[in-house]
Every structure is written in structure tokens, then in C-alpha cells.
Design a protein around this ligand. Structure first.
Ligand code: SAJ
Length: 426
């Protein structure tokens, strides 16, 4: 049984804030712990640090409090860790946020409390890293004095259908009572299904498997795109054709790269952990190599496109439209756009950028300004503001080359114009 209605959420980002607000809406007394005092102040003033209308309106209607002080967890019956788990440049998992949160929690841990880790980690992190930290710093015994749970987050930024309340969840636990407590908690705030896993490791493995599945499927169609470019076949049409098969096919689409804090990151958690245990994930590693090479492939398409109109990339001006990693959101973590820009500048191009969801990082303040005097345009993110752009929108500005990094433009409109159009595999 849950001991009281008081909950603490460590980390109020894309994962923690929606969860904290939902628990508060469902009648829990929720306190959020953040590193940044300005962020705490914003939330306490009922201002969401994440641009999301629903989140903002829900925050205004709850009693969620934010603080930078870990002492508050002493009064919580359930403490949920929702901190980021990035990877270093060498693709090794960076567990520092999980380790420092666990250490701060351990200093305040009370007998009878339940700790839930929602952050994405490789199998083994809960038992081999978090549990020893909690026990050592608190002097308490996991499974006896406190419960340790893993319930991997499945937040999907910007998704109009799936949200923190209706996405099914899996739960793994160190002990049976903990599993029941966590199940009771999630059932009290979610409308979705809750699946109890056989162990912490099984729950940890679910998340990295889900996202590795997506990464390899994207790599599959990215390789098809490179092949079909040579074969003169439109890969997008073929995928749409294959997708008419009502079973045993799941459409994924090639693009200029795989960004975000999940898909390009999570496979490395499994790759590195398995490597330490003596198994090499050749297939997952190959998928990562294919997807990581797409930004350079896209930059090469710009070179070829300019070459088709007898221009050199060196000294040309190129507009990269879109800096975020996916459409209609303001998140640019691991965005392929930055890799594309890096390659173009290495080739000697002058690059200007515009992203209506990330004006502060754009070099130009408007779409019109970003297209002035450019020789080529790369659509790097399929924002709603870009996908309807016609060939005339570009040709009237004297732009001769369009690289459609998300295959989101109407290709037939361009093939009738004197613009060189190149998509990814089409
Ligand atoms: N991408 C492709 N081709 C595709 C799908 C995606 O190139 O067919 C690219 C996107 O452009 C983006 C990256 O991959 O750069 C990631 O896209 P994503 O749609 O997977 O978006 P994410 O990173 O927000 O992934 C989340 C994940 N959710 C969780 O981890 C809880 C993922 O598991 C979901 O499958 C995904 O949302 C989703 O389906 O939208």
C-alpha cells in the first residue's frame, strides 16, 4: 500500500514535469526537485519552462511546488527520478545525473520509502549502481527497508495522441511489495495498461530494446534510400507501397539523420553494456553507423546539386531550414541539422539557418531573410511552415537547388520546374 499522498519528482524536464503535473492533478502532493533555481522560480510562478499549451494550463491548475533542495524527499512516500541519461561523444553512457540524484536521495532516505527510476538506463544500472549507492549512503537495505523500482519513461515530445497519461508502462522491482506499491501508484494516475516485469533488468531492457528497434528500422530504410538513389527508384513510394501490407510491415522513412535524446542514444546503452559482458552487437552498431552517416550524405547531395547547375559548394550560400530534430517542436538535442551545417562549412559554403521553433539559435530571423541570395536550400526538419513550400517559392528567388532532407516536399512540383530537387532516396 502507498504510505501517503506525498510524492517527490527529481528532474522536471520533458519527462518529469508532465509526470509531476499529472500526479498533482490526480490528488497527490507533489514536490519537484530541480538543479536550476530559476527553473524552480518559473514553475512556482505557474510558468512552464517547456513550451506546451496543455502543460502550461495544467500547471496553472495544480499545487506542484519546485525546489532545489533534496531535504523535501524525507516527507515523500514515493520518489521518482526523471533525470537525463545522455551519452558522451564516444557514445559511452553518462550516468552522472542518475548517480548524483541517487546520492542526494540516499542522504535523505527514510525507511518505508519507494524509489522509482524512470530515466532510460541499460540493464543492470538499478542493481549495480543505484541500489549500492542508496544502501551505502543511507545504511538502509533495499527490498527490506526501501523499495527500488524501474519504470522506463516513454514520453513522446510533441505527439498529439500519446501522452504521459495514456501510454502503457512496464514496471520492474527489487521486491514484490515494491512492485505492488508502484503498480498501485501508476494505476492511480494513468489510464493506460501497466505490465509487471519479472525483474529490474527486464524493465531496463524493454526501453533500450524499443528504441533500438526504431533505430535499426530507420537504418534499414536509410540504406534502401542510398541503394535506390543508384537504382533510380523512389524509396518513399516503395515504402508506402509496402505499407499497404496489413501485417508484418512497419513503415519507417529515410531522412537526413536521426536526432533526439532517445533513438540515437539508447542503442549505445545496450551496445556498451553488452560489450562489457563480452557480446558485440554488430547489427545495432551497423545501424548506428548508417544513421550517423546520413547528415554527411545530405551535405554531399548539396555538392552534387550545385554541381548540376555548374556551381561549386565552395563560396556558395546555403540555407538550412530546420534546426530541431523533429517537426513542430523546439528540441534540438542530437539534431542532424548541426552535422549537416558542419559538413557544408567544411566544404567552404556560407550557411544561414532558420527554424521558427528555435529563433534564438537561427542566424536569420525570418524565412524570407533566410532565402535571400542563397544558391541552395536544405529542408532539414519537416516543420509545418516548410512542407507546403512550392517550387515557385524558391525559383522566384533565383534558388536553383533544393535538398529535401525529410522527403516532405511535393517532388512532382519540383520536377516540372528548373530547380534541381534531390530527396533522400528519391
Ligand atoms: N526518424 C527517421 N525516420 C523515421 C522516424 C524517425 O529518420 O521513420 C528520425 C526523426 O527525424 C528524428 C529521429 O529519427 O530525428 C527520432 O524520431 P522519433 O520519431 O523516434 O522521435 P523521438 O526521438 O521523440 O522518439 C520518441 C521515442 N519515444 C520514447 O522513447 C518514449 C520513440 O520510442 C518513439 O517511437 C517515437 O518518439 C515516436 O514514435 O514518435
Amino acid at each position: 500500500m502507498i504510505k501517503s499522498k506525498s510524492i517527490a519528482v527529481v528532474g522536471l524536464g520533458y519527462v518529469g514535469l508532465p509526470l509531476a503535473i499529472l500526479a498533482a492533478k490526480k490528488g497527490y502532493d507533489v514536490v519537484g526537485i530541480v538543479k536550476n533555481p530559476q527553473k524552480a522560480e518559473l514553475i512556482n510562478k505557474r510558468i512552464s519552462p517547456i513550451k506546451d499549451e496543455k502543460l502550461q494550463s495544467n500547471l496553472e491548475r495544480t499545487n506542484l511546488l519546485a525546489t532545489t533542495n533534496f531535504d523535501v524527499i524525507r516527507d515523500a512516500s514515493i520518489i521518482i527520478i526523471c533525470v537525463p541519461t545522455p551519452v558522451f561523444d564516444n557514445h559511452m553512457p553518462d550516468l552522472e545525473p542518475v548517480i548524483s540524484s541517487s546520492t542526494n536521495i540516499a542522504k535523505n532516505l527514510q525507511a518505508g520509502q519507494t524509489i522509482i527510476l524512470e530515466s532510460t538506463v541499460n540493464p543492470g544500472v538499478c542493481e549495480d549502481i543505484v541500489l549500492p549507492l542508496l544502501e551505502k549512503k543511507s545504511g538502509l537495505k533495499g527490498g527490506r527497508d526501501f523499495h527500488l523500482i524501474h519504470c522506463p519513461e516513454r514520453i513522446n515530445p510533441g505527439d498529439p495522441k500519446w501522452n504521459v497519461e495514456n501510454i502503457n508502462r512496464v514496471i520492474g522491482s527489487l521486491d514484490k511489495e515494491g512492485l505492488e506499491i508502484a503498480t498501485e501508484f501508476y494505476k492511480s494516475i494513468l489510464t493506460s495498461e501497466i505490465k509487471q516485469m519479472g525483474s529490474l533488468k527486464e524493465a531496463e531492457a524493454c526501453k533500450v530494446v524499443e528504441n533500438s528497434f526504431r533505430d535499426i528500422n530507420i537504418a534499414f530504410v536509410n540504406e534502401l534510400a542510398l541503394s535506390f538513389d543508384k537504382l533510380g527508384i523512389d524509396v518513399r513510394n516503395v515504402i508506402d507501397g509496402a505499407a499497404t501490407k496489413p501485417f508484418a510491415f512497419m513503415a519507417h522513412y529515410p531522412s537526413c539523420g536521426v536526432g533526439g535524446h532517445c533513438i540515437p542514444v539508447d542503442p549505445y546503452y545496450l551496445i556498451e553494456y553488452a560489450k562489457n559482458k563480452g557480446f558485440h552487437h554488430d547489427f545495432l552498431s551497423l545501424a548506428r553507423r548508417i544513421n550517423s552517416a546520413m547528415p554527411e550524405h545530405t551535405a554531399q547531395l548539396v555538392v552534387k546539386g550545385l554541381n548540376d547547375v555548374k556551381k561549386s559548394i565552395n563560396g556558395s550560400k546555403v540555407a538550412v531550414l530546420g534546426l530541431t530534430y523533429k517537426a513542430n517542436i523546439d528540441d534540438d538535442r542530437e539534431s542532424p541539422s548541426y552535422e549537416i551545417i558542419k559538413h557544408l562549412e567544411e566544404y567552404g559554403a556560407e550557411v544561414v539557418t532558420f527554424d521558427p521553433y528555435l529563433l534564438k539559435k537561427s542566424t536569420q530571423s525570418s524565412l524570407d531573410d533566410s532565402l535571400k541570395g542563397v544558391d541552395a536550400v536544405v529542408i532539414a526538419t519537416n516543420h509545418r511552415e516548410f512542407i507546403g513550400m512550392s517550387a515557385n517559392d524558391f525559383s522566384k528567388r533565383g534558388i536553383k537547388v533544393i535538398i529535401d532532407g525529410k522527403n516532405c516536399l511535393n517532388k512532382s512540383d519540383y520536377s516540372k520546374s528548373n530547380i534541381v530537387y534531390k530527396g533522400i532516396g528519391r
